[in-house]
Ligand binder design. Structure first.
Ligand code: NDP
Length: 376
């Protein structure tokens, strides 16, 4: 008999969060929701809670607590508020797997809390691994917790590595679409507006990752994420532009053989796999029609167009707290770009300046990382 899996869903009101709920409702015999969390969108959190009936609903922004309690009065659903409540529920909530779909550095402490308690984490919040990958892996080794990647590229690599031996792997190849500005005249980059950067050609995602895809900071974050998930030195991880987003990533073996994982760009597929690994559950989502796609293109990334890729590689090679600064500086700069305070190229400039000014910390304790978050 197949067991019902209880999902603790952090960030249920976001793009990934909503897709997780779609996956859960596709298989009501397999999944239920232990808890749901949001930051400010309290009305959506209430509506989701009324529909999916979790034991607990958490609103990170304490200003939404009264509305949450009023909206869920009489349902028996427990209401909590505040950032600390997110880490508490990730640690103590009755979930078989924690799916972390919070955006940005705010997702790091809940990931740490979950793995510390020995809970498996289906991780969409790549920023957790970028900032605290070594610490998370160290805690996992002692607590027995496992990290299952949700990011489509890492899910692809994970699937390609299935049944293979570490020593046979020559390199991994992360693909990226190149975003909306792959062909745009470089001399016009300083006129790029937030609305233009928010128009991704293939994927529908939250605002931050959409801008990160336009700068390719997202691929830089994914490079660092891959390092912590698959333990390959940076020189054995390549990035390749693939505008169609059909080949989600590849692994090359030492005999020259290459395995790729393909599919339509739909996050429900890697989300479901992270929840059901090693099983692929039957779903009626759109199938890939390669004859209709016709042609797939690949090209080397132009580093003048996407300087974020070199910054990410350099932060990864320097290690210590550089990747955390890479992430925090980008997060802050993207926020400012979206508010119209800085131009598109200034995002990269801000990250480069922060990395150059950074005095790295040798130890990567939870406290160090927390203070780093506060500093930024
Ligand atoms: P969204 O912006 O759509 O959603 C983010 C979620 O996190 C929302 O539920 C939001 O709540 C919550 N949240 C935001 N800030 C905080 C905070 N300070 N404290 C607690 N909760 C917070 O993001 P996405 O779903 O696009 O992305 C989520 C993560 O998944 C990111 O790390 C992203 O890189 C990664 N990812 C996303 C993909 C995608 O297709 N979208 C693909 C691969 C990875 P509220 O709604 O109340 O603001």
């Amino acid at each position: 008999m197949t067991m019902m899996k209880k999902i603790g869903l952090l960030g249920s009101t976001g793009s990934i969060g909503r897709n997780v709920l779609r996956v859960a409702e596709t298989h009501p015999e397999r999944f239920c929701l232990a808890y749901l969390t949001a930051n400010t969108r309290v009305d959506e959190l209430i509506a989701q809670s009324l529909k999916y009936r979790p034991q607990t609903a958490v609103i990170a922004d304490e200003g939404g607590y009264a509305a949450l309690c009023a909206g869920l009065a009489g349902t028996g659903i427990r209401c909590e508020a505040g950032a600390a409540a997110l880490a508490d529920i990730a640690q103590d909530g009755e979930a078989d797997v924690v799916l972390n779909a919070i955006v940005g550095a705010a997702g790091m402490l809940p990931t740490l809390a979950a793995v510390k308690a020995g809970r498996d984490v289906a991780l969409s919040n790549k920023e957790s691994l970028v900032m605290a990958g070594e610490l998370i892996n160290h805690i996992c080794r002692t607590s027995g917790a496992r990290i299952f990647p949700v990011d489509s590229e890492h899910s692809a690599i994970w699937q390609c590595l299935g049944g293979e031996q570490d020593r046979d792997v020559e390199k991994i190849i992360l693909t990226g679409s190149g975003g909306p500005f792959l062909r745009r005249d470089l001399s016009t980059f300083d006129t790029i507006t937030p609305a233009e950067a928010l128009r991704h050609p293939n994927w529908s995602m939250g605002a931050k990752i959409t801008v990160d895809s336009a700068t390719m900071f997202n691929k830089g974050l994914e490079l660092i994420e891959a390092f912590h998930l698959f333990h390959l030195e940076p020189s054995r991880m390549e990035i390749l532009i693939h505008p169609e987003s059909i080949v989600h990533s590849m692994v090359q073996f030492r005999d020259g053989s290459v395995k790729a994982q393909l599919g339509v760009p739909d996050m429900k597929v890697p989300i479901q796999y992270a929840l059901t690994y090693p099983e692929h559950l039957l779903s009626d989502w759109p199938r890939l029609d390669l004859a209709a796609v016709g042609t797939l293109h690949f090209e080397q990334p132009d580093l003048r167009r996407f300087p974020a890729l070199e910054l990410a590689r350099s932060a990864l090679e320097k290690g210590k707290t550089y990747p955390a600064v890479f992430n925090m500086a980008n997060e802050q700069a993207v926020g400012r770009f979206l508010k119209g305070e800085i131009s598109f190229p200034q995002i990269t400039h801000a990250v480069r300046t922060a990395l150059e000014a950074h005095e790295p910390l040798d130890s990567l304790s939870r406290e160090d990382l927390m203070s780093l978050c506060k500093l930024n």
